[in-house]
Ligand binder design. Structure first.
Ligand code: FAD
Length: 481
C-alpha cells in the first residue's frame, strides 16, 4: 500500500479555507490523501447536541464527501460508539491505509482538546506525525493579548486589538486545494453503514438510524438552510450584497430578516469566519466595512473561543465571576423552568422566542438575550439549565458562544451585562417588536388581542414581574459588594 496522509474532519465541513486539508494536499506527489469523519452518538448525547444540528451536520458531511470526491479524495465515515473507541478506530484506519501523517483543525472546548491529545499521543507512539491548525478562528487563541501579556476579559479592547492585529497581517481565506491526480492504485474506501437499508436519504431518519436519542426539538429545515458549501456561499453573498448595509439598523428587530442567519453554517464549519470577512471585503458597498457591526459580531465569535482557552474553568461550567454567583440563590423551581421551556410563561416575547426555537431550531439574537435574561433574572433559574436546553435545541449550538451568551445574560460572565440590566419583556417588545409582528408569527393566539395573556387565550403570567425584578436586583446588589 502506498503511503497516505489522513485528514480528520469535525466541525470544519468545507474544502475551501480548510487549513488541515489544504496543507495535507501540498507536495502530495508521493502520498495519497484520504479523509475521515466520525459518527459519535455517545459524544453527541453527552454534549446535548440538538437533533436538527446532528441532521444538518450529517447532510453537510454528505455534501463534503461529494466535494472531496471531485478532488479525488475519498472520505471514510467511521462509527465510534463510545469515546474510548474513537482513537483506536482512527488508528486502525491509519494502519489499513499506511498513513504517515494526520492533519486536523483544532477545536477549543476542553473535552475536544483532550480527545485530540489522546489521538495525537496514540498516533505519535506509532510514528505517525500530527499536524494541527487554527482554522476555526481568524486569530488563534493566545495571539490577542493586553499590554501585560494577558488575555482580555472585556470585549471592546479585545475587538480593538483584534482589528489592529488583523490589519497588520490580514488573514485571507485559503483556496480549496487543487484536485489531486487520480491514482492507478485507487483506494476503495467503504464507509461504515449508518443508513437504514443502505438508503442514501438518511437525513430525516438520522436520530434513529445512528442510535442518537435526542428526539427533542425541531427537525432540520433543508429549505431554509440547504446543506453544502455552494448554497452557504450563495446565502453569504446574498446577505452581504443585499442586507449587510442595513444590518446595524435592523439586527435587533426579530420580525425583520436583519441578520444573516448564517450561524448554522459557521457552527458546523461549512463557512469559516475568514470567508465571511472576505465576502464583506469583496461585495460590501460600505467603504468602512471592516469597522461594521457585522464584522464586530464575527469578532465576538473569536472572543468567546479565546476566553475558553485562556480560562479553562469555563469548560466545566464555572462562571467567569464565581464571586457574584456564590451569593445568588437559584430557585430550581421545576414549574417555572418547564413554563419557560414550553413557551408558556405568559410573557409573549419570551414565549414567541421559545416557539421559534422549538419549530425551527433557531432563535433571533435579541430574543435569545430577552429569553436568557428572563430565565435567570426573573424566574431566577440557574443559567446552566437554560444553556443546556439551548444546546439541546439549537441548530447553531456552539459551546463557546452559548456559554458566553448565557453567562453574559446572567451577569456572571466576562464582560457581562451589569446586574441591574434586567430586560423587561414589555419594554423590549415596545422597542423591538412594536407591532407584535414577531409575536403573532409564533403565537398566533395573540394575534388579535393585546400583548398580554389574560385576554387572549394565553397562559397567565407565571410571575409578578415587578416583584421578581426587585428581588433579583437586591440579590445581585448584595453579591456585588
Ligand atoms: P449575525 O447577526 O448575522 O452574526 C453573524 C455571525 O456572527 C453569527 O452567525 C455568529 O457566528 C457570530 N455571532 C453573532 N453574534 C454573536 C455573539 N453574541 N456571540 C458569538 N458569536 C456571535 N451563537 C451561536 O452561534 N451558537 C450558540 O449556541 C449561541 N448561543 C447563544 C445563547 C445566548 C443566551 C445568546 C444571548 C447568544 C447566543 N449566540 C449563539 C449568539 C447569537 O445569538 C447568534 O450567533 C446569532 O443569533 C446567530 O444569528 P445570525 O447568524 O443571523 O447572526
Amino acid at each position: 500500500m502506498q503511503p497516505h496522509k489522513l485528514v480528520w474532519f469535525r466541525n470544519d465541513l468545507r474544502t475551501g479555507d480548510n487549513h488541515a486539508l489544504y496543507h495535507a494536499c501540498q507536495n502530495s506527489a508521493e502520498h495519497g490523501v484520504i479523509a475521515v469523519a466520525a459518527i459519535t452518538p455517545t459524544q453527541w448525547q453527552m454534549q446535548d447536541e440538538a437533533k436538527c444540528r446532528v441532521q444538518f451536520w450529517l447532510a453537510n458531511l454528505e455534501k463534503l464527501k461529494q466535494d472531496l470526491a471531485a478532488l479525488n479524495i475519498p472520505l471514510r465515515i467511521i462509527h465510534a460508539e463510545t469515546n474510548q473507541e474513537l482513537p483506536e478506530q482512527l488508528l486502525n484506519l491509519a494502519q489499513q491505509f499506511n498513513v504517515r501523517s494526520l492533519y486536523f483543525n483544532c477545536e477549543y472546548p476542553e473535552y475536544e482538546q483532550k480527545r485530540d491529545q489522546q489521538v495525537e499521543h496514540l498516533f505519535r507512539q506509532q510514528g505517525i506525525r500530527c499536524h494541527t491548525y487554527d482554522s476555526d478562528v481568524v486569530l488563534p487563541p493566545g495571539s490577542v493579548l493586553n499590554q501585560q501579556g494577558f488575555a482580555y476579559k472585556v470585549f471592546t479592547p479585545f475587538g480593538k486589538a483584534w482589528r489592529q492585529l488583523y490589519l497588520q497581517q490580514p488573514s485571507t481565506p485559503l483556496p480549496s486545494p487543487a484536485a489531486l491526480p487520480k491514482r492507478q492504485d485507487d483506494v476503495v474506501i467503504k464507509s461504515a453503514s449508518y443508513t437504514e437499508n443502505g438508503s442514501e436519504n438518511y437525513c430525516d431518519k438520522v436520530p434513529v438510524d445512528i442510535g442518537y436519542k435526542n428526539q427533542m426539538g425541531a427537525n432540520w429545515n433543508s429549505a431554509f438552510w440547504p446543506a453544502g458549501a455552494d448554497d452557504a456561499h450563495r446565502l453569504l453573498q446574498q446577505f452581504v450584497h443585499e442586507r449587510s448595509h442595513n444590518y446595524k439598523q435592523l439586527r435587533d428587530f426579530p420580525a425583520k430578516p436583519g441578520t444573516s442567519s448564517l450561524s448554522p453554517y459557521l457552527s458546523v464549519g461549512v463557512l469559516s469566519t475568514r470567508q465571511c470577512i472576505a465576502a464583506m471585503q469583496a461585495y460590501s458597498e460600505d467603504p468602512d466595512w471592516f469597522y461594521s457591526q457585522w464584522v464586530t459580531e464575527l469578532i465576538w465569535r473569536d472572543f468567546y473561543r479565546h476566553l475558553l482557552v485562556a480560562f479553562p474553568g469555563m469548560n466545566r461550567w464555572q462562571p467567569f465571576k464565581p464571586e457574584i454567583e456564590a451569593k445568588i440563590s437559584w430557585q430550581y423551581d421545576e414549574k417555572r423552568f418547564r413554563a419557560w421551556c414550553d413557551g408558556e410563561t405568559g410573557f409573549d416575547i419570551v414565549d414567541a422566542g421559545m416557539k421559534q426555537l422549538h419549530e425551527t431550531g433557531w432563535m433571533h439574537n435579541r430574543v435569545r438575550m430577552i429569553s436568557a435574561s428572563f430565565l435567570t433574572k426573573l424566574l431566577r433559574q440557574d443559567w446552566r439549565l437554560g444553556a443546556r436546553f439551548f444546546m439541546q435545541h439549537l441548530i447553531d449550538g456552539d459551546f463557546a458562544s452559548n456559554l458566553g451568551g448565557w453567562q453574559w445574560s446572567a451577569s456572571v460572565g466576562a464582560d457581562a451585562a451589569p446586574y441591574f440590566r434586567i430586560f423587561s419583556p414589555m419594554r423590549q417588545t415596545d422597542r423591538f417588536d412594536p407591532k407584535a409582528e414577531y409575536i403573532s408569527r409564533w403565537l398566533p393566539q395573540s394575534q388579535d388581542g393585546p400583548l398580554f395573556a389574560q385576554n387572549s387565550g394565553r397562559p397567565a403570567p407565571v410571575i409578578d414581574y415587578s416583584l421578581e425584578r426587585n428581588r433579583s436586583i437586591d440579590e445581585y446588589k448584595n453579591s456585588s459588594g
